[in-house]
Design a protein around this ligand. Structure first.
Ligand SMILES: NC(=O)c1ccc[n+]([C@@H]2O[C@H](COP(=O)([O-])OP(=O)(O)OC[C@H]3O[C@@H](n4cnc5c(N)ncnc54)[C@H](O)[C@@H]3O)[C@@H](O)[C@H]2O)c1
Length: 247
């Protein structure tokens, strides 16, 4: 495992109570930094923060701007700074064709994945600007590049995250703030419980590596993106598809 010295750095991880977000928070703490878990599952977040040690948590619904704002304020009061933001909160929504998707179902998926990422970036960036330092990593998906059948809202929201990342990265390119996205393939986390076995198999057989990505492999890439060494790359998308996507 490569070592990073995150020292006094404070990194917010949305959706950090479990799964990919938790693995990233674990890597932040292992690198000497402090992780702040923002999650709608506050009981799980509380337990995860206690397990991590150098971590705390806030009950946040990324869709609800007021809870994001309150959590930003709490992080600033507690730590005086925010150096990193990982937007990992996400839901897949139901697996079915576009013609069977209800408008409310569509909205809910887009709101959590895309608008939630926007809400957190919008309110955290001003804090990062004060110190002219920041590393933002937005968790998109291979679905955002490829488009998965029967998962259009999720695919569209994840593609939207790539557009948001490119725009915000360019807006902040002359500052010390880097904004990048990652596009993982399937990882075995609780999010898979909302998908059908057929859909998971559809994903699996398309991975040239012939296995799912491990959450630690995702965290390894994100650790570098969050590190000071990532001093140049911004507005970019980092592939974690095991060979599925070639761009
Ligand atoms: N697991 C995969 O196969 C996979 C692949 C590509 C991308 N992703 C993305 O990675 C991210 C993390 O997913 P995961 O696999 O760890 O899933 P997960 O379900 O284990 O974790 C998602 C976390 O987000 C939280 N969350 C959901 N809605 C929220 C909201 N409105 N506000 C705050 N928190 C909320 C959940 O409580 C949960 O802790 C998601 O954005 C997901 O779309 C996952």
């Amino acid at each position: 495992m490569n070592s990073y010295d995150f020292g006094a750095r404070v990194v917010i991880v949305t959706g950090g109570a479990q799964g990919i977000g938790y693995a990233i928070a674990e890597r932040v703490v292992a690198s000497g930094g402090t992780a702040v878990l923002w999650d709608i599952k506050s009981d799980v977040a509380e337990e995860s923060a206690a397990t991590l040690g150098r971590a705390n948590w806030s009950a946040v619904d990324v869709v609800d701007e007021a809870t994001v704002r309150a959590a930003v304020d709490a992080a600033v009061v507690a730590h005086g700074r925010i150096d990193g933001l990982v937007n990992a909160a996400g839901i897949t929504g139901p697996v079915k064709p576009v013609t069977e998707y209800g408008p409310d179902e569509w909205e809910a998926v887009v709101r959590v994945n895309l608008t939630g990422t926007f809400n957190c970036c919008r309110l955290v960036v001003p804090v990062m600007k004060e110190r002219n330092y920041g590393r933002i990593v937005n968790v998109s998906s291979v679905a955002g590049k490829e488009g998965n059948p029967n998962l259009a809202a999720y695919s569209a929201a994840k593609a939207g995250i790539l557009g948001l990342t490119k725009s915000l990265g360019k807006e902040l390119a002359t500052t010390g703030i880097a904004v990048n996205a990652i596009t993982p393939t399937t990882a075995d986390t609780p999010i898979l419980q909302g998908l059908t076995p057929e859909f998971i198999e559809y994903m699996r057989v398309r991975i040239p590596r012939e296995r799912f990505v491990q959450v630690e492999e995702i965290a390894a890439m994100v650790a570098w993106l969050l590190s000071e060494e990532n001093s140049f790359t911004t507005a970019a998308t980092f592939d974690l598809s095991g060979g599925r996507t070639t761009y």
